[in-house]
Structures are given as C-alpha cells and as structure tokens.
Design a binder for this molecule. Structure first.
Ligand code: NAD
Ligand code: MG
Length: 396
C-alpha cells in the first residue's frame, strides 16, 4: 500500500508536466501549497512552459527530455536551488527520485520506461499514461506485485471504476461498463469521416485534451486502449480477456463509468467532465480535496443519454479487443501502429479512416512474442512502428 506521510506535505513528481494532464495537476498542486511539495517536473521540449511551472512550484529537480533545451532551462532557473538535467535518462532519474506520488502523464510509449521505473521503486503511481499499461500490462502487473507499488488510475473511466470496484470481493462483480463520449464523429457518416481534418478530429465535444488522445477519441481507439487498460487494472473473473468489459456511448460524459454487480446493482461515479476531478482524487487519495471544478447540476442537465457503439464506424474498438485476446505483445503492436498513424494524420499525411486500416494491417504483419522484458517490448514497438510507417507510405 502507499506510504502515506501524515503531517508532512505529500511529495509529488509530475512526469509530462507541460501537457494537458500535467498542467491541470500543477494547478491543483498550487491550489494547496501546504499540502504538497513538488519533488520533480519533466517535459519533452516545451522549455518555456517547464520554466514557468518550475518558478511557480519550486521543485527540487527538473528534467527536459530534449537535450537541445538544457541550456535555456538551466539559465532561466539559475539561482533557484533547482537541479536541472536533460535527456531521457534525466526523465528516468525524475521517476526514481523519492516522491510519495508520481503522476505518470507523458503521452505515448515514451512514458513506458519512467512509469516502470516509478513502479519498481514501489511508489504510488497515478497513471494517466494508458499506453504504458497497454504495452506492458503483464509486466507492469508483475512489477507492481513485486515492489508493492500502488496504481491509481487517472483516466476518468478507470478512476470512476476504481472508486466503485469492490477489490475485496471481485467475484461479486459481473461487468465493468466503460462509458465513451463517442467523440466528434458520433453522428457523422463515413463520407464525412473520410474527409476529416486534424482540427475536425481534435474538436472534442466535451473533453479538452492533448492532440493524440483527442484523435484517439475521434476514432474511438481511445476506448479500445481503455478496455485493455481496464483488463490489467481490475481483477475480473473473465473467460476470455475483455469479455466482462463493455463499452457504452454516453455523449454527455457525466457518468464516467460503472460496475455492475451479480445482484443487478449498478454503481457509478458521476461528475462534470473535467480531468481535475480524477487528478484531485489521485493527489489526495485516500482523502479528498477540492478539485476546483464546476459541480454537477443534474437538474440543469435534465436527462442522460446512452447508446450502443457502432462497430462499422469505429472498428478501432474491435481491433483493440482482438489484440487483447491475442495477448503477449499484440497490444504493444496495436499501440505503436496507432501512434504512428495518428502522428501522420496530424501532419496531414494520412486520411482519418486510414488510421484504423494501418493498425489492422500492422497487427496482421507484426507478430510480437510474450511480454517478458521492457527491452523486448521496446523492440516490438520499434518493429511495429517501422511496419506502420511503410504501410502509411504505401497509402499516401
Ligand atoms: P499532452 O500531449 O498534452 O502532454 C504530453 C506530455 O508528455 C507533455 O508534458 C510532453 O512534454 C511529454 N512528453 C511527450 N513526449 C515525451 C518524451 N518523448 N519524453 C518525455 N516526455 C514527453 O498529453 P495529455 O493529453 O496530457 O495526455 C497525457 C497522457 O494521459 C496520455 O497517455 C493520455 O492518453 C492520458 N490521458 C489524458 C487525458 C486528458 O484529458 N488529456 C485523459 C485521460 C488520459
Ligand atoms: Mg478516458
């Protein structure tokens, strides 16, 4: 279980501090300065934003992954008693430093090594980065068991499930029901989707998020990744991986997910769609803090809408389920191909509907083995990326 330091401020490290989740985390840390002490902050390339945040939160250590920005960060923080380092090893060092809580908010497979590093030292890890768990699920579970680390999901659906899941009696649970907003193309036809631009895809109707996850929400690959994430986070008595995890479209994103019990009871967590609520939950856990978010007004909302997902329009959920059932490193192949396809789509070099096609073909071509080490997963990730790149080139 987590090492909770009572009395002293909780020390927190934020990996991916300059991103959407990272910035919300920083605002919450700043809202109760006596309650938290910031150990380390990391970013990839956004030196200005990292410097501004470091001045505000005065961490002991700051790491910028891109070495080209080292000098700028070092100079800007001179005289502040903040250690500055650069490069991927510096990000790992940030994860290794002794903090009570590590917020894993780097996007994509790049978050994998530092997240595992924090898990290995037995930290409490608040997990926003879903890709790390998708790629290394069995390995991560083994490392958590070995080190005694605690994983607190920040992804809103998993955070909701975590709040209502009876970990003492998992056999009483029938299903996890993950809700999905349906993204910006819920009501669009495939013709419109085929012409979708990056700005159409990133124009999420409810959530404000980073570009990659916004595109994932538009293809609904995000929900596919979340089915895999839920499989690894919650002990369900499944016959086949994923068969007790359902997806339900709920455009208002008020019910963040549900657990249905064998007796017919459904327990859900509700709130306004604001990531500050699950982030605040993780920061204060097992206590609670003010998330500085708008409160839910159910009278104003009036009614809640639900519908089944459309598998023809959103094949990504089915691809993710197939990868989960195949097991081993198939989810890592799925994730790598998706990261490549989304990046090319965002650059204007791939059509929106081609994202799922690239993922499907990469899954057919790359045969990943079992997940036994991070090095192997990284190798599989690289082969899948190369294959996805060549499929994209052929499609262009
Ligand atoms: P973002 O793109 O806004 O931010 C990503 C962060 O990762 C930035 O700080 C960036 O500097 C850092 N980063 C990127 N590449 C890196 C690298 N190679 N090395 C080190 N750092 C690197 O992303 P986001 O929307 O904040 O999402 C972060 C993670 O949380 C993603 O895995 C996403 O799926 C998950 N998540 C986000 C939301 C949300 O509302 N934004 C909700 C649920 C889950
Ligand atoms: Mg989510």
């Amino acid at each position: 279980m987590a090492k909770l330091v009572t009395g002293a401020p909780r020390s927190v490290t934020v990996l991916g501090a300059t991103g959407s989740v990272g910035r919300s985390t920083a605002d919450l840390l700043a809202s109760e300065p006596g309650r938290f002490r910031v150990e380390a902050l990391t970013a990839a390339t956004n030196a200005d934003s990292l410097v501004e945040m470091a001045r505000r939160l005065t961490p002991r250590f700051v790491a910028i992954a891109n070495e080209a920005h080292y000098k700028a960060v070092k100079t800007a923080l001179a005289g502040m008693d903040i250690e500055v380092a650069a490069g991927p090893d510096a990000v790992l060092e940030a994860a290794r430093r002794d903090a009570d809580l590590v917020i894993a908010a780097i996007v994509g497979a790049a978050g994998l090594p530092p997240t595992l590093e924090a898990v290995r030292r037995g930290a409490t890890v608040a997990l926003a980065n879903k890709e790390a768990l998708v790629c290394t699920g069995p390995l991560m579970a083994a490392e958590v068991a070995k080190s005694g680390a605690t994983l607190l999901p920040i992804d809103s659906e998993h955070n909701a499930v975590f709040q209502v899941f009876d970990f003492e009696r998992p056999e009483t649970i029938d299903k996890i029901i993950l809700t999905a907003s349906g993204g910006p193309f819920r009501e669009a036809d495939r013709k419109t989707m085929a012409r979708a631009t990056p700005s159409d895809a990133c124009n999420h109707p409810v959530w404000s998020m980073g570009a990659k996850i916004s595109v994932d929400s538009a293809t609904m690959m995000n929900k596919g990744l979340e089915v895999i994430e839920a499989h690894y986070l919650f002990p369900l008595a499944e016959e086949r991986p994923g068969d007790r995890i359902e997806v339900l479209v709920h455009p208002q994103s008020v019910v963040h997910s549900m657990v249905s019990y064998r007796d017919g009871s459904f327990l859900a967590q509700l709130g306004t769609p604001d990531m500050k609520i699950p982030i605040a939950y993780a920061l204060a856990w097992p206590d609670r803090m003010d998330a500085q978010a708008e409160r839910l007004d159910l009278v104003r909302i009036g009614s809640l809408h639900f519908e089944a997902p459309n598998p023809e329009k959103f094949p990504a959920i089915g691809l993710a389920r197939a990868a989960l059932r195949e097991g081993g490193s198939a989810p890592a192949v799925l994730n790598a191909a998706n990261e490549v396809a989304v990046a090319r789509f965002l650059e204007g070099g791939l059509g929106f509907l081609d994202i799922a096609s690239v993922v499907e073909e990469t899954l057919q071509q790359v045969n990943g083995g079992a997940v036994t080490s991070v090095e192997e997963v990284i190798q599989t990730d690289l082969s899948a990326r190369r294959m996805a790149e060549s499929i994209v080139r052929r499609m262009a």
